[in-house]
Design a binder for this molecule. Structure first.
Ligand code: GDP
Ligand code: MG
Length: 295
C-alpha cells in the first residue's frame, strides 16, 4: 500500500533537518592570471538567483595576489546555503611555471587535513565545519588551439585531488565555430591524457545519471563570459559586458554558457559534488594519511 512506510514523513524530516543545518558549498577558481577568475566570482554572486538578498559588490577589481575566500549566505524558501568561493592568484606569470600548482593543491589538502583532525578528536563536534573544496573551476585560455602542456599537467594533478570543471575563459573572443572546435579538441586532449573531470563517468550511479551526465560531459568545457556590471537592455537590467558592437549578456544562453556552469554547480549537482568530495577525494586523503601515521 502506498505510503505505508511513511516515506513522506521521512522526507519531511530530512527537509527540516536541512533547513536547520543548511548547506555549505565551496568553490575554487583556478587558472592563469587575466582569464577572468575574479570577475567570475562576482558574476556568480551577482547572478540573478539571489540578487535580491545580496549587498552590492561594486568593488574595483585589483589583481589577486593571494588565496582569498568570499562567503555569502543565500536563503531560499527557508533553506540556507552558505556559498564560499575561493579566488586564487593566477599562475603562469613566471617564465618557469614549475610547480605552480603547489599552492593550490596544498590549500585543498589543508582543508582535508583540518576536517580529518576534527574527525579524529575524541569529542567530535556534531557538525564539523566544512571548508573542503567541493568543486574547482579551471579556466582554460581561449587560444582556440588545444590544451597547453601546462594546463594538462595542472589538470592531471587537480583531478586526482578534487572535482574539476574546466571552462573556456573569455569565450567572447571566439566565434561560435571556434568555440565548438576548441571544445572538441579539449575533450579529446582530456581523454588522451586520462584526465577525469567532473562529472566522472565511473561515479554515475544509474541509467538516469548516465543520461543526464553524458549530456553534460558533451558540453564541458562550458564557454563562459564573466561580468560584474549591469546594463539596461530593452528595459531589463542585465549582467553583461558592453562592447562597441553591443552588450554580451552573461545570463543569456544565446551569448555564452555561464548559466550551464552556474546551474551545474549550485543547482543540479551541488549535493553530488559534496558527496564525491566526501566519499572519494576526502576518503583518498584520509586513507593515505592514516596509513602514513601507522607506519
Ligand atoms: P583574473 O586574473 O583571472 O582574476 O582576471 P580578472 O577577473 O581580474 O579579469 C582580468 C580582465 O579581464 C579584466 O579587465 C576583466 O574585466 C576582463 N574579463 C573578465 N572576464 C572576461 C570575459 O569573459 N571576457 C572578456 N573579454 N574580458 C573579461
Ligand atoms: Mg584575480
Amino acid at each position: 500500500i502506498l505510503g505505508s512506510v511513511g516515506i513522506e514523513a521521512v522526507l519531511d524530516q530530512l527537509r527540516i533537518k536541512a533547513m536547520k543545518t543548511g548547506f555549505e558549498f565551496n568553490i575554487m577558481v583556478v587558472g592563469q592570471s587575466g582569464l577572468g577568475k575574479s570577475t567570475m566570482v562576482n558574476t556568480l554572486f551577482k547572478s540573478k538567483v539571489w540578487q535580491s538578498s545580496l549587498p552590492n559588490l561594486e568593488l574595483p577589481m585589483p589583481q589577486t595576489l593571494e588565496l582569498h575566500s568570499v562567503t555569502h549566505v543565500i536563503e531560499e524558501k527557508g533553506l540556507k546555503l552558505k556559498l564560499t568561493v575561493t579566488d586564487t592568484p593566477g599562475f603562469g606569470d613566471q617564465i618557469n611555471n614549475d610547480k605552480c600548482w603547489d599552492p593550490i593543491l596544498s590549500y585543498i589538502n589543508q582543508q582535508y587535513e583540518q576536517y580529518l583532525q576534527e574527525e579524529l578528536l575524541i569529542t567530535r563536534q556534531r557538525h564539523i565545519p566544512d571548508t573542503r573544496v567541493h568543486c574547482c573551476v579551471y579556466f582554460v585560455p581561449p587560444t582556440g588551439h588545444c590544451l597547453r602542456p601546462l594546463d594538462i599537467e595542472f589538470l592531471r594533478r587537480l583531478c586526482r585531488t578534487v572535482n574539476v570543471v574546466p571552462v573556456i575563459a573569455r569565450a567572447d573572443s571566439l566565434t561560435i565555430e571556434e568555440r565548438d572546435a576548441f571544445r572538441s579538441r579539449i575533450q579529446q586532449n582530456l581523454k588522451t591524457h586520462c584526465i577525469d573531470v567532473y562529472p566522472q563517468k565511473c561515479f554515475d550511479e544509474d541509467v538516469n545519471d548516465q543520461l543526464l551526465n553524458s549530456k553534460i560531459r558533451e558540453q564541458i568545457p562550458f564557454a563562459v563570459v564573466g561580468a560584474d556590471r549591469e546594463h539596461l537592455v530593452n528595459g531589463r537590467c542585465v549582467l553583461g559586458r558592453k562592447t562597441k558592437w553591443g552588450i554580451i549578456e552573461v545570463e543569456n544562453m544565446a551569448h555564452c554558457e555561464f548559466l550551464l556552469l552556474r546551474d551545474l554547480l549550485i543547482r543540479s549537482h551541488l549535493q553530488d559534488l559534496k558527496d564525491i568530495t566526501h566519499n572519494v577525494h576526502y576518503e583518498n586523503y584520509r586513507v593515505l594519511r592514516l596509513n602514513e601515521s601507522h607506519l
